[in-house]
Design a protein around this ligand. Sequence first.
Ligand SMILES: Cc1cc2nc3c(=O)[nH]c(=O)nc-3n(C[C@H](O)[C@H](O)[C@H](O)COP(=O)(O)OP(=O)(O)OC[C@H]3O[C@@H](n4cnc5c(N)ncnc54)[C@H](O)[C@@H]3O)c2cc1C
Length: 115
Amino acid sequence: MLVSFIEGDDARRLSSRPLAERRAGVFGSFARYFGPKAKNAIDYVELDWMREPWSRGCYVGIMPPGVMLNYGAQLRPPIGRVHWAGTETATQAAGYMDGAVRSGEHAAHEVLARL
Ligand SMILES: Cc1cc2nc3c(=O)[nH]c(=O)nc-3n(C[C@H](O)[C@H](O)[C@H](O)COP(=O)(O)OP(=O)(O)OC[C@H]3O[C@@H](n4cnc5c(N)ncnc54)[C@H](O)[C@@H]3O)c2cc1C
């Protein structure tokens, strides 16, 4: 199984193009790396994360310059009984699975400490 990403300007451009065009581009790219057999894939599955309603983009949340500096400290503290988990709140590996697990564990410990 081969997995790839289309990012940035390429993603914005190809998002509105027909699926067949994207597929041909992806297979062409695979063929460059892995040889012509890569064009004979038995299946092709894709997801346009910009159109996915709950994430609306890929693949990490990006904060513009200054946001972390000015508001970063507000990312994690609980508000009353509401505790925050989610990869963006991780102190390590924010934006990745590792950060998601760490933030979940952190939130669980916070809640346990208050029980
Ligand atoms: C295409 C892609 C590829 C990636 N590849 C990698 C990779 O190779 N390695 C890696 O480490 N990380 C990767 N990531 C990042 C990783 O997937 C995320 O960092 C991780 O899943 C975040 O976990 P989370 O629990 O913080 O949030 P999520 O997994 O986003 O969970 C949040 C959940 O909340 C739900 N939700 C949202 N709003 C509401 C609401 N109002 N009410 C109820 N539920 C709601 C959502 O539906 C979702 O299920 C990738 C991400 C993408 C999109």
